[in-house]
Ligand binder design. Structure first.
Ligand code: PLP
Length: 405
C-alpha cells in the first residue's frame, strides 16, 4: 500500500461550485466558533500596543483599523462574491450607485472621456451624462447594440466604456466580448453593470470586461431589506484606482447590511433559478395574450438579440418586459388590477414587482430620449418573484382582462 498522504487534495473554495461558495465562501469564524457569520457592528478596532497601532497604519501589520476602510463582516461578503464572480479582488459599497460612481470616478480624471451605452438605469445615466461632464470628463452616449457606434466614439483620451446588459427596462443586450475588444484596442477599461443578469447567469469578466458592478440591493439581498453595492475587478485596478477612492470618500457598507447580503447569497443560486423558471413561463403566457403587443425576454427565441443571449447568458433572467396594446391608460389599469404582483420599482425581489418605466424609473428623461430607447407609455417591467408561477399567471391574466374591460 502507498503511504502517500492525501492531505493536499482537499479542494479549496476556488474549486467549489457556486452553490457551495455561496454558503461557505469567505467565512471568517471567530474564536467562538459561531455557525452563522458574525456581525461585527463596530466602527473601530483596538490595538494591543501603540507599536501595533503604528504598524497597522503603516500597513506592516495585517488587521483592521476602521470600518470605513474595512470590516470583517464586509470582508466576508466581498470574498464570497469575489469567489462567485471569479475576480481577483472585490469591494463592497453602501449602494449600487456608490459602486457605479466609485468605479467610474476612480478610473477617470478631468480631461478624460467615457463612452457609455445610452440605455441605462436612470441614476447611471445621470452619472455619465450629467455628473462626469461637471468634473471635466467628456461623455459620448451610443446605441450599445451597434458596434460601429462604440468604435466611432473612441477618442485618444477615452479611458472607459460603460454599459449594462440586459439593459433596464428594454432588456436589450450588448455583446460583452465584442465591445470589450473595441475598448481594449485603445486601452480603455470596460465597466459592466451586471445587475439584471446577476452573477449566476452572466460573468462579464470571462467575456473580456475589466470591472463588474452590482447593486446588491437587487438579487443579492433578494428580499427587499437593505441597500448595497459591489465592485469586482483585478487587484491592479483596485490598487491603482478604487482602494484610496473608496477609503477616503467613504461610501462604506454597514456591517449589518453586509450580513444581510451574506445571508442573501446563501440562497441566491436557488432563488435566481426559481425566478428564471417562473419568468420563462410568464413570458410565454404573455406572448400568447391578445392584448400584449410585444414581450421582451432574452430567454425567448423571438428576442431580437437571442444569439447574444445564448453566447453570454446562462438563462434569460427574471425580468420580463411587456408592451401593452394602447398606452398609459391601459398600463395603469393593468398595474392597478394586479393583486399578487406589487407596484414598486425594485427588482430581483422574492415578491413579484411591476413598474411603469415611462412615469417612474425613466420619468427624468425627455420624451424624445424615451422614444430613442423604445420606452413607450404602454411598456411595463415585471420583476418575477418566487410565488407559484400558476398564481402569478392567473393574476396577470385577470389584470389584463380588467385593463381592457
Ligand atoms: C438598482 C440599480 C442600480 C443602483 O443600485 P442602488 O442599490 O439602488 O444604488 C444600478 N444599476 C442597475 C442596473 C440597477 O438596477
Amino acid at each position: 500500500m502507498s503511504t502517500e498522504k492525501p492531505a493536499d487534495t482537499i479542494p479549496g473554495p476556488e474549486s467549489w461550485r457556486p452553490e457551495t461558495q455561496m454558503v461557505h465562501g469567505g467565512t471568517l469564524r471567530s474564536q467562538f466558533g459561531e455557525t452563522s457569520e458574525a456581525i461585527f457592528l463596530t466602527q473601530g478596532f483596538v490595538y494591543s500596543s501603540a507599536e501595533q497601532a503604528e504598524a497597522r497604519f503603516k500597513n506592516e501589520d495585517p488587521g483592521y483599523q476602521y470600518s470605513r476602510f474595512s470590516n470583517p463582516t464586509v470582508s466576508m461578503l466581498e470574498e464570497r462574491v469575489r469567489l462567485l464572480e471569479g475576480s481577483e479582488d472585490a469591494r463592497a459599497t453602501a449602494t449600487g450607485m456608490a459602486a457605479v460612481t466609485g468605479a467610474i470616478l476612480s478610473r477617470l480624471s478631468a480631461g478624460d472621456h467615457i463612452v457609455s451605452a445610452r440605455a441605462l438605469f436612470g441614476s447611471c445615466r445621470y452619472i455619465v451624462e450629467d455628473l462626469c461632464p461637471r468634473f471635466g470628463i467628456a461623455c459620448t452616449l451610443v446605441d450599445g447594440r451597434d458596434l460601429d457606434q462604440w468604435r466611432a466614439a473612441r477618442r485618444p483620451n477615452t479611458k472607459a466604456f460603460f454599459f449594462e446588459t440586459p439593459a433596464n427596462p428594454t432588456l436589450e443586450l450588448i455583446d460583452i466580448a465584442a465591445v470589450s475588444e473595441i475598448a481594449h484596442e485603445i486601452g480603455a477599461t470596460v465597466i459592466v453593470d451586471n445587475v439584471f443578469a446577476t452573477p449566476m447567469l452572466q460573468r462579464p469578466l470571462q467575456h473580456g470586461a475589466d470591472v463588474v458592478v452590482y447593486s446588491a440591493t437587487k438579487h443579492i439581498d433578494g428580499q427587499g431589506r437593505c441597500l448595497g453595492g459591489l465592485v469586482l475587478a483585478s487587484k491592479q485596478f483596485v490598487k491603482d484606482h478604487l482602494h484610496d477612492f473608496l477609503r477616503q470618500t467613504g461610501p462604506a457598507l454597514s456591517p449589518f447590511n453586509a450580513w444581510v447580503m451574506l445571508k442573501g447569497l446563501e440562497t441566491l443560486p436557488i432563488r435566481v433559478k426559481a425566478q428564471c423558471d417562473n419568468a420563462v413561463r410568464i413570458a410565454d403566457m404573455l406572448a400568447e395574450h391578445a392584448r400584449v403587443a410585444t414581450v421582451l425576454y432574452p430567454g425567448r427565441d423571438d428576442h431580437p438579440q437571442r444569439a447574444i443571449a445564448r453566447k453570454q447568458m446562462a438563462a434569460g433572467g427574471q425580468v420580463v418586459t411587456l408592451v401593452l396594446d394602447g398606452g398609459k391608460r391601459e398600463a395603469f389599469r393593468f398595474l392597478n388590477a394586479l393583486s399578487i404582483a406589487k407596484i414598486s420599482n425594485n427588482l430581483g425581489d422574492a415578491k413579484s414587482l411591476v413598474t411603469h418605466p415611462a412615469t417612474t424609473t425613466h420619468f427624468r428623461l425627455k420624451p424624445e430620449q424615451r422614444a430613442e430607447l423604445g420606452i413607450g407609455d404602454g411598456m411595463v417591467r415585471l420583476s418575477v418573484g418566487l410565488e407559484a408561477a400558476d398564481d402569478l399567471i392567473a393574476d396577470l391574466d385577470r389584470a389584463l382582462a380588467r385593463a381592457y374591460a
